[in-house]
Design a binder for this molecule. Structure first.
Ligand code: ADE
Ligand code: ZN
Length: 326
């Protein structure tokens, strides 16, 4: 259909994508078989039925379980490569994916197995597909500060492959400031910082992500709309928010796409961007996320272009390369 074609052809940039969240049911079955890992599903249809969530935690429980099929380096390569092939199909030129090392190291998998598989695919993505990338290591906020420190320590031999650290998993009850010292150490190591904040949690968590973690972008950040002073700050600072429309409706942050505030924020001058979060679980990659904004919110072509332009501005690539993408 014509509008899908136009939005698919539009060159795009993705700043909020969990590699573990791009694990499609078909690849999950393939890897389960290859690694002899038991999964509680017998068909793709059964998996798709299970993907109905009332909130973030419902989703996380199933997402961590799905990741159990990732065992050897080649699995992490295959996962990342499949995502990059999707990016190629949808004209996504640059990506800054997250990975959750603790999900895997907790099962006895070496940090280097995970990152070497991912990195090898990202290198191939640059060389064979022309897709540039920067990798972001996310700490799981439901785990302890100590656990995050151990993970950061494991990352030190691999700093050449990592651009930034982030913070994800269960938001409520795990405010950003729980990780102030870990993030300070990461910044000392030369890493940039981002954090999920204001997805299900309050606007206060966005303030502490900014002030205590010194983030360069806020992941989600939709609850900012409830705090006038915060909105003014985000606009003045042109702080990028990585918004994920399909994720927000699947996890019931918004009851319906027609209620999503992304275009309101855009028109107020907030540097909002469009992203897919966990596309294998939420029903769509980049193009589908743009398509729902057009279908439910009457997004114009000019707005779509501004959303992409915000992603380029908010990305962690060099200014020189940003200029070639504009
Ligand atoms: N991990 C994967 N997707 C996530 C999300 N939307 N929020 C928090 N943690 C996540
Ligand atoms: Zn996310």
């Amino acid at each position: 259909e014509i509008n899908f074609d136009w939005l698919n052809a539009l060159p795009k940039v993705e700043l909020h994508l969990h590699l573990e969240g791009s694990l499609e049911p078909e690849l999950m079955f393939t890897l389960a078989k290859r690694n002899n890992v038991k999964i509680p599903f017998t068909s793709v249809e059964q998996i798709k039925e299970a993907y109905q969530f009332n909130n973030l935690q419902d989703f996380l429980d199933i997402y961590y379980q799905g990741a159990d099929v990732l065992v050897v380096e080649q699995d992490f390569y295959d996962l990342t490569w499949a995502y990059l092939l999707k990016c190629q199909q949808q004209n996504v030129l640059h990506v800054e994916p997250f990975f959750d090392p603790q999900t895997h190291t907790a099962r006895g998998i070496d940090f280097s197995t995970i990152i070497d598989g991912i990195n090898r695919a990202l290198v191939d993505g640059r060389e064979k597909l022309g897709i540039s990338s920067e990798l972001i290591l996310c700490f799981l906020r439901h785990l302890s500060e100590d656990d995050a420190f151990i993970t950061l320590q494991q990352a030190i031999p691999h700093l050449d492959k990592i651009k930034a650290v982030g913070l994800d998993s269960s938001e409520k009850g795990h405010p950003p400031e729980k990780f102030s010292r870990v993030f300070a150490k990461a910044r000392e190591l030369g890493l940039l910082t981002v954090a999920h904040a204001g997805e299900e949690g309050p606007a206060e968590y966005i303030w502490t992500a900014l002030n205590d973690l010194k983030v360069s972008r806020v992941d989600h950040g939709v609850s900012a709309i409830f705090d006038k002073a915060l909105m003014e700050y985000l606009i003045a600072a042109q702080m990028p928010l990585t918004i994920c429309p399909l994720s927000n409706t699947k996890l019931k942050v918004f009851a319906d796409m027609s209620e999503h505030t992304i275009l309101q924020m855009l028109e107020l001058g907030v540097c909002v961007t469009v992203n897919s979060d966990d596309p294998a679980y939420f029903g769509g990659y980049m193009t589908e996320n743009f398509v729902v904004l057009r279908d439910s919110l009457a997004m114009t072509k000019a707005q779509a272009k501004r959303l992409v332009s915000n992603s380029i501005k908010g990305s962690f690539t060099s200014l020189e390369y940003k200029n070639t993408m504009q």
